[in-house]
Design a binder for this molecule. Structure first.
Ligand SMILES: [Fe+2]
Length: 276
């Protein structure tokens, strides 16, 4: 059973611009030191965390956008919880296709549905489908989306939406069919938002930045292996892992950057034909 119920609201006080980090697709395996395509995913996550801690972003909170576990094991969530304590700020998690979050022994606030801040409303969505790689927004998630748009409009706040799967194709023929299969419904809902709307996703293990009908859509590198952009078939990239910083200003302006680990080589198997 993979079910993960996102629920509750977390009140986050942040004066001025809201600074967040997106960390995604950690693929932590059942045991510490487990590998994905020859990369030790605990080690690469630690390198990304160390890079972020050494940076100047000083986040108010972290958003973890799925595929936390590589094989759904409970210990992966415990290890992520332990690694993230060094930031000293709250983190909010949502599931990806590889996750089995019902096993996660972490504080319930990790799986908050919304995060309320003075100028931005943050919504976490679950796009996971049992036994499928691709994403879908079920009625429960669409109801949460609709409620979040209403809440943002009433409070005159901007809206940041986080979910695992991307909404739009990136130009990777093998990967694009895994995007949210009812993105049209999502786009109709977000078009009702009268303030700025930004959407962040994981899953694609690569950075992208596009604006569709006035909404900014971002994807972010994995903390372990990277997929090579614009490929017909599965292809791993030798570029370093990383994270995304987000600075969300009270007037709706967004500053964002992808930051990668420097000075390290990760021994990824570049000839791999894929993984499950
Ligand atoms: Fe994924």
């Amino acid at each position: 059973m993979k079910s993960c119920n996102l629920q509750g609201d977390y009140l986050l006080t942040a004066d001025g611009p809201l600074r967040l980090l997106q960390i995604t697709d950690t693929h932590l395996m059942a045991e510490c030191g487990g590998t994905l395509l020859n990369v030790d995913t605990d080690d690469s996550l630690r390198a990304v965390v160390d890079t972020a801690l050494a940076g100047s972003h000083d986040p108010h909170a972290l958003l973890i956008t799925g595929d936390i576990a590589g094989d759904g094991a409970a210990d992966a969530y415990r290890r992520l919880e332990h690694l993230l304590t060094s930031f000293g700020v709250p983190s909010f998690w949502l599931p990806g296709n590889h996750d089995g979050c019902s096993n996660a022994e972490v504080p319930m606030t990790r799986f908050s549905r919304t995060v309320t801040t003075p100028h931005w409303h943050v919504l976490m969505l679950n796009s996971q489908v049992d036994d499928e790689v691709g994403g879908h927004l079920c009625d429960l998630e669409l109801a949460a989306l609709s409620a979040a748009v209403d809440a943002a409009n009433v409070a005159e706040k901007h809206l940041l939406i986080a979910l695992h799967h991307p909404l739009h194709p990136l130009g990777c023929a093998w990967l694009d069919p895994q995007r949210i299969d009812n993105a049209d419904v999502f786009m109709t809902e977000v078009s009702r938002c009268r303030q700025t709307t930004v959407v962040i996703s994981g899953h694609v293990h690569q950075a992208s930045d596009m604006t569709v009908r006035g909404v900014r859509y971002l994807t972010t590198p994995s903390t372990c292996i990277q997929f090579k952009p614009e490929q017909e078939t599965f292809k791993v990239h030798d570029i370093a892992p990383g994270y995304r910083s987000l600075t969300l200003h009270p007037d709706g302006h967004l500053e964002t950057a992808v930051v990668r680990v420097e000075g390290r080589v990760f021994p990824v198997d570049l000839n791999s034909g894929g993984y499950l």
